[in-house]
Design a protein around this ligand. Structure first.
Ligand SMILES: Nc1ncnc2c1ncn2[C@@H]1O[C@H](COP(=O)(O)OP(=O)(O)OP(=O)(O)O)[C@@H](O)[C@H]1O
Ligand SMILES: [Mg+2]
Length: 314
């Protein structure tokens, strides 16, 4: 796989982060800090891959008027954007209301629903070592048949198909049985523990991994600051340690983890355990800084304090 590209397909979002300055009062104003950041699980993963120096194509759909703004943000981090412009729908937007440790996410998928998988050409897949998809795309953009076809095309081109389920809330809305059918098209599943529990119906981590292996040959289960479990069919599961960080902002930790893992696989880490360890190093950078995207070298010169690409790719 060494030297190959990553192709990431899925959600591109505007995150609107709301931090109220006090308890939210209904029917009147509450002062708040409100900031807007480019986000989306797929786009964030592609951005982290670009930051790590991997060759990465990202395919998504935003409002036609926002194509250049989102493309520029991805390009700045080294990812190659292939953004479709939806003529009518607004760019997908998530309002994230931060209340202490809790976050409430209000999601309008907007233009993401208009993503056309037929626009992913064979030339792009031919150079792919990994095709990464997220569950969010299943909720509107991709039917199960679309997913199956795309995964088959990628596999025929020699790529590994990785998949992040994305959100327990949306899995519940979509329906467990249908969502489980999607897993049968995946080579490497990357759930967090909550998603793993929901998808497997099991509680214990080892049982979760075992149950998911019935669907796909490899599962890497994350659990926040707890260790990562790497499970492969026919092999004993392996724990990859995580050094707990005092998180500045855990947003995008899962996406950064995925990027670190995929970057290591593309870089020739034959072993999934070593790749998961690279994922842990990349996620550690993500939790030490604000926002879901990697640090850019801004005028302040402060970027990179949370960690450098070199510190991940050891
Ligand atoms: N507090 C922390 N300290 C160190 N590493 C962390 C911490 N929180 C998360 N991570 C790292 O990020 C990885 C992914 O975290 P987590 O399991 O929370 O994913 P997630 O719930 O999918 O995150 P996201 O909300 O970004 O989707 C973990 O495996 C770990 O490597
Ligand atoms: Mg996640």
């Amino acid at each position: 796989m060494s030297g190959a590209r990553a192709v990431v397909v899925g959600d591109v979002i505007d995150d609107i982060i709301v931090v109220p300055r006090g308890p939210i009062r209904t029917d009147t104003d509450t002062a708040a800090s409100i900031t807007r950041h480019p986000g989306g699980s797929a786009a964030n993963t592609a951005a982290w891959l670009g930051w790590l120096g991997a060759a990465v194509d990202v395919v998504g759909c935003v409002a036609a008027a926002d194509v250049e703004r989102h493309a520029a943000a991805l390009r700045e981090l080294g990812a190659v954007p292939h953004l479709q412009g939806d003529p009518t729908r607004a760019t997908g937007t998530i309002v994230i209301v931060v209340d202490g440790e809790t976050r409430t996410m209000l999601t309008d998928r907007g233009a993401n629903a208009g993503l056309d998988p037929a626009a992913i050409d064979d030339g792009m897949l031919a150079e792919a070592g990994v095709l990464h998809l997220t569950g969010y795309s299943l909720f509107d953009a991709l039917s199960l048949d679309d997913l199956a076809r795309l995964a088959d095309r990628a596999r025929a081109a020699g790529a590994l198909v990785t998949f992040d389920p994305g959100s327990t809330g949306f899995i519940a809305d979509y329906g467990l049985a249908a969502f489980r059918r999607a897993l049968d098209h995946v080579d490497l599943l990357l759930p967090n523990l909550d998603e793993g529990r929901m998808l497997s119906g099991e509680d214990d981590r080892a049982a979760v991994a075992d149950a998911l292996l019935a669907h796909c040959p490899a599962v890497v289960l994350t659990g926040g600051a707890s260790s990562v479990l790497v499970a492969r069919r026919g092999q004993p599961a392996v724990e990859v340690p995580v050094e707990a960080q005092r998180a500045v902002d855990p947003t995008g930790a899962g996406d950064a983890f995925t990027a670190g893992l995929i970057d290591a696989l593309l870089g020739g880490a034959g072993d999934l355990v070593a790749a998961a360890a690279a994922g842990v190093r990349c996620a550690a950078v993500a939790v030490r800084q604000a926002g879901g995207r990697p640090p850019t070298t801004g005028a302040s010169g402060s970027a990179g304090e949370a960690g450098s690409p070199e510190s991940v790719a050891r």
